[in-house]
Design a protein around this ligand. Structure first.
Ligand code: SAM
Length: 287
């Protein structure tokens, strides 16, 4: 879909773009092909696209022949998409707020891959919601503002490392990023963009119950990222349990969450969960 085709669709329907919905459409064919290729489609795959917009990526996904499910919030764009892809038998379109829709139901994403140029304002919570659900997608290929992608793939001890890095990396391994210049979008966004590929870890690092505990540990740990993590965790676990867990994970009692790596958080979680397996759940929430 070229820039002039995009303009034609918008002009013919009198559509004024809505900034709050992050409506920056990707018109660069090379970048669109790179995003679609990152899905590495295999027999049996199904593709989820959130925020299809006018459908420049959607058309490449439909062309793979795999089932494509797209969720778009803007009714005006839903009408364009219905017209553009009226004859595509492998395409299903939902008119909904994707974040609300994900939170409403319990979805089984086994065999699914997310491939999306996400709405930037809700991109992180959408990824977390997908990643921490009971049956998450095999792969997440997501375009977002560069600074958010840096947070997703960050390593301990670096500025962007934090809650978002851990909530996604606990189930997904970063498998590459590439930058997309602002000039590839219409209209060009004010921020730089990147695309990340996240591959689901198999086997899982933690059981479902342990994962709930992990979310609690990292949220508490990062509630005051510049302070010693032990102090925050003391509010939820007895000191003896906590100290045994920290020692087992090789975490100094003076450590700050921002210096603790995924593996250490996982070991700590296993110990804390084993010591109090019925601790109250804390599900995914926007980050
Ligand atoms: N995928 C298209 C592209 O690459 O050109 C459009 C991407 S644009 C960055 C984000 C799209 O997400 C817009 O079409 C916008 O209307 C839609 N959107 C915004 N918030 C949404 C939400 N909560 N749920 C579903 N779609 C949303």
């Amino acid at each position: 879909m070229t820039l002039s085709e995009m303009r034609r669709w918008l002009d013919s329907r009198g559509i004024q773009l809505t900034r709050s919905l992050g409506q920056n459409f990707l018109h660069d064919g090379n970048q669109l092909r790179r995003i679609a290729a990152a899905a590495d489609c295999q027999p049996g795959d199904s593709l989820l696209e959130i925020g299809p917009g006018l459908g420049p990526l959607t058309e490449l996904l439909i062309a793979t022949g795999f089932p494509v499910l797209a969720v778009e919030k803007d009714q005006r764009l839903v009408e364009v998409l219905r017209e553009r892809f009226a004859t595509a038998a492998n395409f299903t379109l939902l008119h909904d707020d994707a974040l609300e829709w994900l939170k409403r139901g319990s979805h089984d994403w086994t065999g699914w891959k997310l491939v999306a140029n996400l709405p930037y304002s809700v991109g992180s919570p959408i990824l977390v919601e997908l990643a921490l659900g009971p049956c998450p997608p095999e792969r997440l290929v997501a375009t977002l503002q560069r600074e958010v992608i840096q947070r997703i793939v960050a390593s301990p001890g670096t500025e962007p490392y934090g809650l978002l890095s851990l909530l996604l990396q606990v189930r997904y391994e970063p498998a590459g990023t590439f930058g997309i210049p602002a000039s590839c979008f219409f209209p060009p966004p004010d921020v730089e963009s990147s695309c990340v590929t996240l591959r689901r870890r198999t086997p899982e690092l933690l059981s479902a119950a342990e994962l709930t505990c992990f979310v609690r540990v990292v949220k508490l740990g990062f509630s005051q990222r510049r302070k010693m993590m032990r102090k925050q965790l003391r509010a939820a676990w007895p000191e003896a349990t906590l100290d045994a867990g920290l020692a087992a994970a090789g975490i100094a009692s003076t450590a700050r969450a921002e210096d603790v790596g995924l593996e250490a958080f996982v070991t700590l979680t296993r110990h804390l969960h084993a010591a109090s397996p019925t601790s109250p759940p804390s599900g995914p929430s926007p980050v």
